[in-house]
Design a protein around this ligand. Structure first.
Ligand code: S3P
Length: 428
């Protein structure tokens, strides 16, 4: 597909709903008792993988096009699916559902697409198996299809997490809610806390103190009305576009600003981007963010900010190509095991467009500013690489042709339409 080329972006957009919260709202709704309603659910492929999986697990879920209604069956009320669960591209679904299915009176098999089936699962299977679950990968590997044996008992653990991963933490938390006694998780670095917040929202109890989390089981949760805020990880593409595309000004409405997710805003500030946050809605953890074309300076991004912007690193790398100086991104080795190896994908695809960017063992080194040019690129099947490359294409009037552009549907099906709308100065 030929990407949209050089054009200022002007106007107002509502970015799609938060992917992490959309997944969890189905999961918590399913394992609670009573009705859960979900407004502004993310209608992207990943979240439909979660929705369909819980339907197959016997949870009544209806969709009137506006609100999704989940009739909670309780974690003990799930039933055996008639076939293996196909979770598509969704790492969040496969990893979190392992914690939910770790104690069921039936066996399940989980698998996904060619990308998901290559992603590491030991990080979740090892702690769950320490809790007396019985999870195994395909032919003694750690890769899907994952088999989960029937199991009637989970025991609590104290677990020092070897990776900074909200997916791993969340899987353990879902299991801990079903285990007899107190589970203690000590995080490597703080990661997104949506699961902890939703345990409280759905009437459960959990203690969090810095990197230490304590949860006692078994607990019974109660259905809630959820309104999902916009996804800052989707907003990130327009936050960066607004800052780097000449003569741009974009207003992003209803962007989620949970502090465990706002590393991108800290980076934009450090790089001296012209960003204004207004209309903060404390209850819904959302705000309006306005960004204008900016004179940017380089920075270093490392340490405990990394989990707060882990999904934004490809687009931050593009931002750095337009900043004066050398930007260094370190401690981001987790990028190698995302939908693609995002260190290599970001470096190689941006190099093809003329960027000065070098991959390292745990990050990227980017020299800027550079003039990007046209070329042939590929999303490599990774939604965030695809969206980043479309924003890069706005910096050149030469042709950028991208393979596998469909990948954006995983988290932002209307992405290209929203870019087009902003190039036409329209509001949405
Ligand atoms: C997610 C956590 C992150 C993130 C992913 C969604 C979640 O993964 O990259 O897109 O919803 O918990 P890790 O926690 O494995 O880093």
């Amino acid at each position: 597909m030929k990407l949209i080329s050089a054009h200022p972006l002007k106007g107002t957009i509502h970015v799609p709903a938060d992917k992490s919260i959309s997944h969890r709202s189905i999961m918590f709704g399913a394992i609670s008792h009573g009705k859960t309603t979900i407004k502004n659910f993310l209608r992207g492929e990943d979240c439909y993988s979660t929705l369909e999986a819980f339907k197959q697990l016997g949870v009544p879920i209806t969709d009137d096009g506006d609100t999704i209604s989940v009739t909670g069956v309780g974690v003990d009320g799930l039933s055996q699916p008639s076939e293996a669960l196909d979770l598509g591209n969704s790492g969040t679904t496969i990893r979190l559902i392992m914690g939910i299915l770790a104690k069921q009176p039936f066996e399940t098999v989980l698998y996904g697409d060619e990308y998901l089936n290559k992603r590491p699962m030991n990080r979740v299977m090892l702690p769950l198996n320490q809790m007396n679950a019985h999870l195994t990968g395909h032919e003694n590997s750690e890769y899907p299809p994952i088999h989960i044996a029937a199991n009637d008992r989970l025991t609590p653990i104290t677990y020092h997490m070897p990776v900074a991963s909200a997916q791993v933490k969340s899987a353990i938390l879902f299991a801990a809610l079903q285990a007899q006694g107190e589970t203690i998780i000590i995080e490597k670095e703080p990661t997104r806390n949506h699961t902890e917040e939703m345990i409280r929202q759905f009437g459960g109890t959990i203690d969090t103190n810095g990197k230490e989390i304590r949860v006692s089981g078994p607990q019974s949760l109660v259905g809630q009305d959820v309104t999902v805020p916009g996804d800052i990880s989707s907003a990130a593409f327009f936050l960066v576009a607004g800052a780097i595309v000449p003569d741009s000004e974009i207003v992003l409405k209803n962007v989620g600003i949970n502090p465990t997710r706002t590393g991108i805003l800290d980076v934009l500030e450090k790089m001296k981007a012209d960003v204004v946050i207004s209309e903060i809605d404390e209850a819904n953890q959302s705000a309006t963010i306005t960004v204008k074309t900016s004179n940017l300076t380089s920075t270093t991004i490392d340490g405990d900010i990394i989990p707060r912007l882990i999904d934004e690193i490809p687009i931050i790398a593009l931002l750095a190509t337009q900043a004066t100086g050398t930007t260094v991104i370190k401690n981001a080795e987790e990028l190698k095991v995302k939908e693609t190896n995002r260190i290599d994908a970001t470096a190689e695809e941006l190099t093809a467009l003329g960027a000065d960017i070098t991959p390292t063992e745990d990050g990227l080194i980017i020299n800027g500013p550079t003039n990007l040019h046209g070329g042939i690129v590929s999303s490599r099947g990774d939604h965030r690489i695809g969206m980043m490359l479309q924003i890069a294409a706005l910096l050149t009037d030469e042709v950028v042709d991208m393979e596998k552009s469909d990948a954006v549907s995983v988290s932002y099906p209307a992405f290209f339409e929203d870019v087009t709308r902003l190039t036409e100065g329209e509001n949405k």
